[in-house]
Design a protein around this ligand. Structure first.
Ligand code: DP6
Length: 329
């Protein structure tokens, strides 16, 4: 591998306890710890090459040049990498998701995790996992959880140096599945960054922050015991709370959609019929159906029968962000 070029593949992640609201928005120091699982079928691959012959940074996402907002955010992140490496060289970045763009799957997590590892390596740096997680966090908060593998906890911390994510169990620890039901939507989603900023205006936020230590403990306990019947209700509670806060923020944010509610109600019916499946949600229209491996085919088949569901993606627990030899250019 050339010293100036590196490629990384990184998994997206689904939070069981959500990151919602910052103590320091610029540094993305969150209000609370969060817990997630990496998703092995929702990945981003990114190649970064520093090249002294370039007059400007070239950023390509999918098949097209990045738009102005994406470009600004990627270039700000590259600035952090340049500062660490003490270089000013221009760069070419190409990034691809293996899931459909615009499908509303949180892509900033896998994108900034992959960018952080590829860019630091291409710049000649070998950061330990904790430093990489700290770097990725500043690009997108949830990206810090896509650096370590498997089941991950982001330790909120209080400042840049102590806010990072660690693996709390490897992917093989529990054969859980996230069956993502992609729900059709015509509404434009409000970005999570705006959602975090609005959270403090909801009078439910303080109550959430107070309730979280107990819920975090419940989720850790259920995870370590591989007890889905204990994990499920806690993650549903947390997902609904995120939306409650979004809807009661000023201005209110409705990620909630009719299709999403229909999938949630279907999951409740399947559960009443004896299928062990629980839902969680992100800041978008999709429903993540959490079940054990032996039930995943059944859950996926039932989800496909719902007319609001455009596509279903089944994910097992994914590994850590890693370098690969096949470059995108
Ligand atoms: C609802 O990490 O996307 O998915 O730091 O502004 O990029 P930024 O926010 P982001 O927020 C994720 C919010 C969430 C919950 C979660 O993943 O914990």
């Amino acid at each position: 591998m050339s010293a100036h070029k590196a490629t990384c593949i990184s998994c997206s992640n689904i939070a069981f306890i959500k990151y919602w609201g910052n103590r320091d928005a610029a540094l993305r120091i969150p209000l609370n710890n969060s817990i997630s699982m990496n998703l092995d079928h929702a990945t981003t691959t990114t190649t970064v090459a520093f090249d002294a012959a370039l007059n400007d940074d070239e950023i390509v996402i999918g098949d097209a040049p990045a738009n102005a907002a994406q470009r600004a955010r990627v270039i700000a992140h590259l600035g952090r990498v340049r500062a660490l490496a003490k270089i000013e060289t221009r760069v070419r970045v190409e990034s691809r998701n293996n899931f459909p763009m615009g499908a509303g799957i949180a892509s900033s997590a896998s994108a900034f995790a992959a960018l952080s590892l590829a860019a630091t390596r291409a710049a000649g740096l070998e950061l330990p996992e904790r430093e990489l997680s700290i770097l990725a966090r500043q690009g997108s908060g949830s990206a810090c959880r896509s650096i370590p593998g498997g089941f991950v906890e982001w330790l909120a911390g209080s400042e840049n140096a102590n806010s990072y994510a660690v693996s709390i169990a490897p992917p093989s620890f529990w054969d859980l599945r996230d069956v993502i039901a992609l729900v059709s939507t015509e509404e434009k989603k409000v970005g999570s960054t705006d959602g975090h900023a609005a959270a403090a205006s909801s009078h439910f936020l303080a109550e959430r922050v107070n309730a979280l230590p107990a819920r975090l403990a419940r989720v850790r306990r259920a995870l370590f015991a591989r007890d889905l019947a204990a994990l499920g209700p806690a993650i549903e509670e947390d997902a609904v709370e995120l939306h409650l806060i979004a809807m009661t923020s000023a201005p209110p944010i409705y990620y909630w959609s009719p299709g999403m509610v229909r999938v949630i109600q279907a999951a409740q019916r399947w559960r009443a019929d004896g299928l062990a499946v629980y839902f969680t949600l992100d800041a978008g229209p999709n429903v993540h159906l959490i079940c054990e491996a032996q039930d995943a085919d059944q859950v996926a088949a039932r989800a496909r029968e719902i007319s609001d569901v455009q596509q279903v993606i089944v994910n097992a627990p994914g590994g850590a962000a890693r370098l690969i030899e096949e470059h995108l250019f």
